[in-house]
Structures are given as C-alpha cells and as structure tokens.
Design a protein around this ligand. Structure first.
Ligand code: PRX
Length: 676
C-alpha cells in the first residue's frame, strides 16, 4: 500500500482493543452430558467436501409442505437460492407444529418493566389464537397479502412477535424498526420499503417512564408523505388494553386501536400460506458506509433453517428450556434468537420490556430466579453495565444458567471472566457469537458442549462456514497466522440475506466487490463475502474480531453509520462540515464524537452544540447522541481535501496523532488538541 493511501484509509481495527490470547475454560461435564451436540462429528458432516448438502441437516429441522428439489442454486453468484422448489411457512414452523405436543407449554414470558406488574405467560395455544386473529385482521381489514410490505415500529411487548408471526403466516414481509429510533428514522424505512401500513403501540416503559410512542407515528406519517409515501393505516396496540396511554390524539380514518378492531376477528383462523423457500420473510434495516440505511432482505427457508440449526447447536436450545435474550427484537439478534430460532424449537422465550438496570442492577437476576431462566443471552455493553453497578449481585440470587451468550461487540477478557465467574457461577458454557444483520445467524462461535472457551475470542467458524482473512491486497493470510486482516466467508450459507431490498447493485458492491477477482465468474468460490470486520485467526483456529473496518461505529452493540450521523449534523444551519469518529468508552464499547466546523460568520457556542446533539437524536434516535461535540476552527485535511478522521480519532481517544506533516493544514491539529 502506498503511503498516501494508507494515511487516508487507516481502518478502525488499528485503534481497536488488542488483547493477548487467553487460556481456555472447559465446559463443565454436566453441560456436555445434556448438550445437543456432544462430539465433533458435526464438523465432518459439515466439512467443505459435503457443501452444500450438509445444510440438509438444518432444513430437516423444519416442516415443509413441499420438499425442495435442490439444496442450493448458485448459478448466478453472489445471488443464491437455498432449498429451491421447497414450500413452507415460518409461522407454521414456530407455532402450529408445536400444538400437538406443547400447546399448554409457555411460548412467551412477557416481563413488564414496572416490577409491580405481573409477568404474563402465553402458551403456544394462546399464541396460535392471537396470531390467527391478527393475521385475519391484516388480511381482511388492511387488505395485505403475500409479498406486500408492512413497517412495524413496536416496543418490546408480546404483541411484537404476534405481529411478526401473523405477517409470516400470510407471507407479508415485515420490517420492524427499533422502537428507540425516531419518527423520522421510521419514515425513512417506511419510504424505502414502500409500506402502506404502520403498526405501532401507544406507549411503553423505559427507565421508569411511560413513553408516548404514538407521537413518533405521527412524525413518521408526515415525513413519509413528504417523500411521496402515504401511510394509509396506522394500527396501534395499547400497552394497557382498553386504555389509550398516549397523549397524542388519534387521527380519524387513519389511526386504529388494534385492541378494539381485533374483536371483529376473534375466533378466526387463517390457513398458513404455502410459500417458496426463497421468498422474503422480513427486512431488517442496518447502517452501512453510505448515508442511507439498507434493508437486509431475509428469506423464508434459508433464514429459518439457519437460525433453527444454530439455535439448536450453538444456543443449545430444547423445548424444556427457559431462554432469555435481553436484546431488542428491533435488531437482528431479536429476530433470529428471541423469535424465530427459539420458537421454531418450541423453547420458552422471555421478552423484557425495559432497561436491564431498572430499577436496579439486580433486576435481571430477579427475573432469572422467578422464571427459572437457564439460558441467558446479552451484549458486552449490558454485561459491563451490570458488572460496574452490581458486581456482587448475581451471587445473591438463586438462579442457575447452564448456557450464556455474548454478542454484538468484542468482549474484554476481564469482563468475560466476571460473566463466567459471577453470572455463570463457573458452571455455564459461554458462547461469544460473531455475526451480523446481513448474515441472519452466527458465523463464528464455539459449540458449547464440545469446545473450550477462550475469553475475548469468538471461537472457530460455525458448522458449514469457511472464513478466510485477506490482507489489503487480497492475499489470504495463512491459517492461524495471528495477523490482523479483513475477515470474509468463502462460501454461501442459508442464513445470508438474499440482497439489499431494491438495490442489488449496492449488495454486490458492498459485500462482494472488494475481493472478487472476476465479476463474470459463475463459481461461488470466486465470491468471498466481505463482512467489514477486522479479525485475527489464532493457531488453534479461533477467531478474534477486532471491530469494523468501514465507516460504521458499534455503539453499545448498535450499528451506526458515520455518514448517517454526519448528514444529520449538517442539517443544523450553522454547520459547514462534520466528521464522526468512534471513541473508546468503558461501558458502551464505543461512542461517537462529532467534530464540526462552522460556516463563515458563525461563532462557536453551547447553543450550537445542543442543536447538533438534538439533530442526531431527532434524525436517528437517542442512541445516536454524541459523547462530545467538538466545534473546531477547521478540519485537518489531506492536500486533496479529505478530512483526516484518523487524526481526529487519535485526538478524541487521547492517542498520538502520528505523522501529520503531509496534511494541508497541520497547525490546526494542535489547536484542536488544546480543546480536549
Ligand atoms: O463488528 C461486528 C460486531 O457487530 C457487527 C454487526 O452488527 P449488527 O449487524 O448490528 O449485528 C449485531 C448482532 C450480531 C459486526 O460486523 N460484532 C457482532 N458480534 C460480535 C461483534 N464483534 C465482536 N465480537 C462479536 N461476538
């Protein structure tokens, strides 16, 4: 790489945490004895020589109306079709098929945030009834049919999985937007998905406050209309059925309280649609390198098979387990590992409405004790927060996890050890699962009954996944070299998204162009999937993920595109230029700092800082609020005029700025340093 290029393209992996390889922890024999996978024959079955037929094993975990003719059609890479010719229904697989054996078993436990409200338990039979009623409403009241899209902006209430499953029953493509996102962010996703129906809730609890959520729907409606997309109906679930809890008034003829109109659909059943395996189940928007969020379009058959298989083998789920994943269903983790995977396996899945540390840091342990949760799943950010506030609290409660997951960000070995010793009480197997919105399910993780755990490392590749780490020039690093590079997946797998909704070209550009040597090749082996993460493979084949190498910041496990944040800041009239960099944070992993320079004629003041913070919160949501707004006299720039984010990042992270002599304006660096 030439010097100039390397200066401009320094990746985030260079400022990522680097820790040494740690010693192993063995799974306890009690866990292994009951595990779904007890020996490593699985890796023979999923050997590359058995690819793609190995993925029959995951398809066999599902019920099919019509069996598929071919496992994989890879004739048009990188667009792949899994289980071609097969027909199935995701809702049927998550609900109906369990009724003969498990109809009276709990499917969902809903834990409201206020502790004086009782936990609600819903059996598979009750879930079946509610899903059918709502499917009838979607079909007959909203006129929705297979292939239509619908946007959901729902909080963590049990109606969210009900709505998703009702959509899946009809073949309606759901696009759930994280409830913490703003009305504007919701509108952007409504417009992109071309949804005519928005499903939301009046209110929900967060941090002890009953938040008016309906007001965001009004904003979403107005903003979508400005972009030419009219939302015809807004369906509103009431947090307290029969009592509208938002201050925002209803709009006649547009807004409908579901809890009222559902009465017209009581006792109705709707036959599940027999849908093609390569049909679309849902869209999940995520941030990328350009401003606009992209809709990862996930399939019915491939996705469901993959999340079911990985839930069984890596989450080690069984119908008798009580499983609690503390993620939000508004993210892919919630789709794959709160709703679809666990329910396909007939496990009982917990939905918690609010903040893990509300009203105190022992809340998760009280819930675990009360519900006898035995499998627990959360993020390093939550673990760090719980450890900081209440390191001794888990011992005080009588719960026992046999299995725990960490997901979404690198976990520091020190934090991992607290999770293992204090939360897992030295008995739980921990899996550190690396994957992405786009990948549908896990890519790297230990198999909990057979592999040793290594703090700070995700582990080997999941069955059937064949990673490769490339250097900048596209040369594969030798296996187990311990050198950092860009991790890619060599082969297709069923959980991968079909494409980016409405943008095949961006899909190819973003995930495949970088390491594809022949764009005309019809051989999947020429199309490695570029994940956008830096990684190291140790000699034992364990992968350590170093962080994003593109313009994406991982804040508390949530993906934010720097370009999205910057364009929101530019909406403030005073701002001339904006640059966002990730800054290390003891709890959230990373927080964004935003550097702005003002247009001529404006003076820096606290008011402008506030406007920038508000612009980010309004355009995206509170999670996008910057850790710090730096109003700088000018941005450090290369001679070609490119903002040097590397230098800004070094200043904000209190690191050495390195060689700045080639900058067009090196003197500005010192001025900015003085501001810290
Ligand atoms: O940088 C990686 C990080 O999270 C990114 C994916 O974010 P998202 O699409 O929101 O999906 C989150 C749920 C999987 C990745 O590109 N990441 C995810 N899991 C890990 C991780 N970084 C380190 N270790 C992990 N286990």
């Amino acid at each position: 790489m030439d010097k100039k290029k390397s200066e401009e393209e320094v990746s985030e992996s260079q400022i990522a945490v680097h820790w040494k390889e740690e010693d192993y922890f063995k799974p306890v024999p009690e866990f292994t004895a009951q595990a779904n996978v007890r020996d490593d024959k699985i890796f023979e079955r999923f050997d590359i020589k058995n690819f793609p037929d190995c993925y029959k094993e995951y398809a066999d975990m599902l019920d099919w109306y019509k069996s598929y003719d071919r496992i994989l059609d890879s004739s048009n890479p990188p667009f792949y079709k899994w289980y071609v010719g097969g027909k199935l229904n995701a809702c049927y697989n998550c609900v109906d098929r369990h009724l003969p054996k498990y109809k009276n078993k709990t499917a969902l436990h809903f834990v409201p945030e206020p502790e004086d409200e009782p936990i609600q338990h819903m059996t598979f039979q009750e879930l079946y009834v509610k899903v059918n009623e709502f499917a009838a409403l979607l079909r007959d009241f909203c006129g929705l049919k297979a292939g239509d899209t619908v946007t959901l902006h729902m909080p963590m209430i049990p109606e969210l999985p009900i709505v998703m499953l009702a959509c899946a029953r009809l073949g309606v493509i759901h696009s759930q937007v994280f409830s913490g996102f703003s009305g504007k962010a919701c509108a952007d996703r409504v417009v992109d998905a071309r949804s005519k129906v928005l499903i939301t809730a009046d209110a929900y609890y967060r941090g002890g406050t009953l938040i008016d959520h309906k007001e965001k729907a009004d904003i979403a409606y107005d903003e979508a209309l400005k972009e030419g997309q009219k939302i015809e109906k807004i369906l509103i679930w009431e947090r307290y059925p029969g009592k509208y809890s938002a201050k925002t008034p209803l709009v006649e003829g547009r807004d409908f309280i579901v809890n009222d109109i559902i009465k017209n659909y009581y006792h109705r059943t709707v036959e599940p649609e027999q849908l093609p395996a390569d049909g679309t189940l849902f869209l999940m928007y995520t941030s990328g390198t350009t401003g606009k969020p992209k809709g990862a379009q996930h399939s019915i058959g491939g996705y469901l098979a993959y999340v079911t298989g990985t839930s069984k083998y890596i989450q080690d789920l069984k119908p008798e387990d009580v499983y609690w994943c503390m993620a939000d269903i508004g993210w892919i983790t919630g789709h794959s590992y709160i709703v679809y995977g666990p329910l396909a396996l007939a496990a009982s899945t917990v939905i918690y409405e609010g903040v893990p540390t509300y009203p105190d840091a022992a809340r998760p342990w009280r819930v675990a004790e009360e519900l006898a949760v035995n499998i627990f799943h959360t993020s390093p950010t939550a673990i760090r927060a719980l450890r900081r506030v209440g390191p001794d609290l888990p011992q005080k409660y009588n719960f026992k996890f046999k299995h725990m997951t960490t997901v979404g960000e690198p976990i520091e070995p020190e934090v991992w050890r607290w999770y293992y010793n204090s939360v897992g009480k030295k008995e739980a197997s921990i899996v550190d699962t690396w994957w992405q919105t786009e990948t549908g399910g896990f890519l790297c993780s230990t198999i909990p009954g057979i592999h040793n755990m290594k703090p700070g490392s995700a582990g080997p590749a999941a069955p059937g996944i064949y990673p490769v780490i490339f250097d900048e020039e596209g040369n594969p690093l030798p296996k187990g070299s311990g050198k950092a590079g860009n991790i890619c997946i060599r082969n297709p797998w069923p959980g991968r998204m079909l494409t980016i909704w409405g943008d095949d070209e961006r899909f190819v550009r973003q995930y495949y162009q970088r390491y594809n040597k022949d764009p005309k090749s019809k051989n999947w082996e020429d199309w490695p999937y570029f994940a956008g993460d830096g990684a190291v493979e140790a000699p034992d084949g364990y992968y350590r993920i170093l962080g994003r190498i593109d313009d994406v910041i991982n804040v508390a496990g949530h993906r934010l595109g720097t370009k999205e944040l910057e364009s929101a800041a530019l909406m403030v009239v005073e701002i001339g230029e904006a640059a966002v960099v990730p800054v290390a944070d003891p709890i959230k992993g990373k927080v964004p700092h935003i550097f702005v320079s003002l247009k001529p004629g404006y003076e820096a003041n606290a008011e402008i800082e506030k406007k920038v913070t508000n612009a980010l919160a309004n355009e995206i949501g509170p999670i996008a609020k910057p850790g710090k707004v730096w109003i700088v006299p000018d941005m450090p720039k290369t001679r070609s005029g490119k903002i040097m984010r590397r230098v800004l990042s070094a200043i904000a992270n209190k690191q050495d700025v390195g060689d700045i002599t080639t900058l067009a304006n090196p003197q500005v660096v010192e001025e900015i340093q003085k501001m810290s």
